[in-house]
Write a protein that binds this ligand. Structure first.
Ligand code: SF4
Ligand SMILES: [Zn+2]
Length: 272
């Protein structure tokens, strides 16, 4: 059985993320509310990604497994039927077009791409050897081992977002802000697994106002112990109108400076 065929089973009985929605997926009644059809909010040649990826052919899928309270992509992240539904063959044709236009990477983004793994693998199978740029999985990495197994061999570069710190329980940042129970164990476990298997990783960390001690410090300290991992510090936090508490503020220059000093002290390999 090919990975694309194995992945398709999750359209009826989904275990691609730790919510394990099972058969609810087929009725679009899982936590992410992504059904059997993948909707694409937008796709473009994108200059905002890290230097090694750009220009990236960025494909933004609708729907997400997280519910971050400060999401700036809520328009499509929390509306899984936003945008257009295309077939893997149609998306493959667009990928080839973007490749011809100069794309240096093919980035699957969201929302989150996890619910769309069946569609992504079908698209990559359709492309076959016609794809000449690396396939990138840019995700919150709130994944199951099954999902990681499906991606192995299909994805060339993993771009996890390690956002929240190690606290657990309903009041932890990962659960209270991101809506992901057991966030730290799941996401660091997935990163560790890819790292141990020799996968190529660039780990992103978004600096959030007021989260230096609970999130940024433990995240960067943990990453420093993972040899050879490139880290991308994202400093462009923008509070959406619906943000509350410290997350409604702007990121202060001294918070950015403190994070950069910490990254330097930890000798992290930073990429821009
Ligand atoms: S990807 Fe969506 S449907 Fe599948 S287990 Fe996660 S939340 Fe549920
Ligand atoms: Zn925090």
């Amino acid at each position: 059985m090919t990975a694309a065929v194995a992945a398709a089973a999750h359209l009826d009985d989904c275990h691609l993320c730790p919510f394990h929605c099972g058969a609810a997926r087929a009725a679009a009644a899982g936590v992410c509310r992504v059904g059997r059809t993948s909707y694409i909010a937008s796709e473009m040649l994108h200059m905002g990604e890290e230097e090694l990826l750009r220009p990236a052919h960025a494909i933004f899928f609708s729907g997400c497994t997280a519910t971050c309270s400060f999401c700036t992509a809520a328009r499509f992240a929390f509306r899984p039927t936003y945008g257009v539904a295309v077939t893997p063959a149609q998306l493959a044709a667009r990928v080839l077009q973007r490749q011809a236009e100069g794309a240096r990477s093919l980035c699957f983004i969201g929302g989150d791409p996890a619910p769309h793994i069946p569609f992504i693998l079908a698209t990559l199978a359709e492309l076959g050897a016609r794809r000449t740029v690396p396939a990138v999985f840019n995700s919150n990495f709130y994944l199951t081992d099954v999902a990681l197994d499906l991606l192995t061999g299909a994805i060339d570069i993993y771009l996890p977002d390690l956002k929240f710190g190690p606290a657990t329980g309903p009041a932890s940042c990962g659960e209270a802000i991101g809506g992901m129970p057991d966030y730290w164990n799941v996401v660091t476990g997935c990163i560790q697994r890819v790292h141990a298997a020799g996968g190529r990783l660039v780990v992103r960390h978004l600096l959030m106002p007021g989260h230096l001690e609970c999130c940024t410090r433990p995240v960067l300290t943990w990453l420093a112990a993972l040899s050879g991992v490139a880290v991308s510090l994202l400093t462009q936090y923008q509070a959406p109108a619906h943000a509350r508490g410290s997350l409604a503020a702007a990121l202060a220059p001294d918070e950015i400076a403190a994070a950069e000093e910490l990254a330097a002290a930890l000798k992290l390999t930073l990429v821009k």
